[in-house]
Design a protein. Structure first.
Length: 379
């Protein structure tokens, strides 16, 4: 008998592709492809040579609260938490360009696109070490990605390729015996289109598996986006509860508008990814460039959604009722959303008014110093 043997996989008879296909659909994503498993020679952990980095209390790195794009080193001096920009660290402590510590600061800055904070001794994010996502990708997400790609293949061979992103519809169609037969037939057609032998269905499946490994991370991010949409629903519900209070409405209306802008932006990003990955044969023919594209989009979405972590957690705990806790949460949410989603000209005017007034002029009555925690001082 003729078998195909893969590392860590059970043997499958080569003349039973339908059985192999079912195994892959139910077990998709159990292994990582060589592409996502391979690493490079970069450092594995956050480590520095200068004694500065081992002599300060509670030292850690994160993105600035005041400027979300700026990495800072946080240290504690007395009762104050001090934010030290990387440029100032390099200058004041004579960290030479091209030195090991300069290189590590660059890696930390890159790493903060993928995790909330880093401390000396922490492993660098997987995106920098292996290309794999830092966030855990579930078997379900891999199965969704694999089903999506195989169903694209089935509709392609019928001359009417379509992309299904609705999870319930996807699962229903994937379990249809007729669909499985069409997928099996389509594998042979795809092999011919890709210049492979008519019996090289396994090679087509390998390419689909490789793509599914990376598209699974997009599906995981799609779930995180759903949490943003749930937050928007709560904001709208609070608007109904608090509509009798004029001052509160002056706060909640801007938050609702900014949430609408955020949802529109994220939805557009996912639609663009779906459009770019909507032609299965083109994906398989140009797999290296397509994987790079998916990872670039994955990293960008992950970075932007990561910033929502604390905000989403706070809103998941919030109850839809008129109370002071929700008013404070709305103020915090406004300060989070404004620099990210307020129109550029409006945000620029807001900043000029702050400079002219010498302080916070936001009508939302910020209780912090320009969005910084009360104890946080910029050095």
């Amino acid at each position: 008998m003729d078998y195909v043997v893969r590392p860590g996989a059970r043997r499958h008879r080569k003349n039973h592709p339908a059985e192999r296909l079912q195994t892959k659909i139910t077990g998709a994503g159990k292994r990582m492809t060589a592409d996502t498993a391979k690493g490079d020679t970069r450092a594995e952990t956050v480590s520095f040579q200068h004694k500065l980095f081992s002599s300060m209390e509670n030292l850690h790195f994160r993105l600035s609260v005041q400027n979300p794009d700026q990495p800072v080193m946080m240290v504690t001096f007395g009762e104050n938490e001090v934010a030290l920009p990387f440029g100032g660290i390099r200058k004041e402590f004579a960290i030479a360009e091209g030195s090991a510590d300069d290189h590590m600061l660059n890696l930390v800055a890159e790493g903060l696109n993928f995790v909330v904070l880093l401390r000396p001794g922490d492993p660098l994010p997987a995106e920098l070490r292996t290309g794999a996502p830092s966030a855990e990708i579930s078997r379900d997400h891999r199965q969704i990605a694999f089903q999506r790609l195989t169903l694209q293949l089935a509709t392609w061979v019928s001359g009417d390729e379509s992309l299904i992103t609705d999870r319930n519809h996807l699962a229903q169609v994937a379990e249809d015996p007729e669909t499985k037969k069409r997928i099996n037939d389509a594998l042979g057609e795809a092999a011919a289109q890709l210049g492979l032998g008519p019996g090289d269905k396994d090679k087509v499946l390998e390419l689909i598996e490789r793509l599914a490994d990376d598209l699974a991370a997009i599906e995981a991010l799609r779930d995180r986006f759903m949490a943003v949409r749930s937050m928007e629903d709560k904001v709208k519900a609070l608007r109904g509860v608090m509509k009798s209070q004029q001052i509160t409405m002056e706060l909640i209306d801007p938050v609702a508008r900014l949430m609408t802008a955020a949802i529109k932006k994220f939805r557009g990003d996912f639609e663009e990814i779906d459009a770019q990955t909507g032609e299965i044969i083109a994906l398989l023919k140009n797999i290296d460039s397509q994987v790079r594209y998916i990872r670039e989009q994955r990293n960008d979405l992950h970075r932007r959604l990561l910033a929502w972590t604390e905000t989403l957690q706070a809103w998941s705990r919030a109850k839809v009722e008129d109370n002071e806790a929700n008013i404070r949460l709305l103020r915090e949410t406004y300060r989070f959303l404004a620099p990210r989603f307020m129109p550029v000209d409006e945000w620029s005017l807001h900043g000029k008014l702050q400079e002219a007034g010498g302080g916070e002029v936001d009508l939302r009555r910020s209780e912090t110093n320009h969005g910084l925690a009360k104890t946080e001082v910029v050095w």
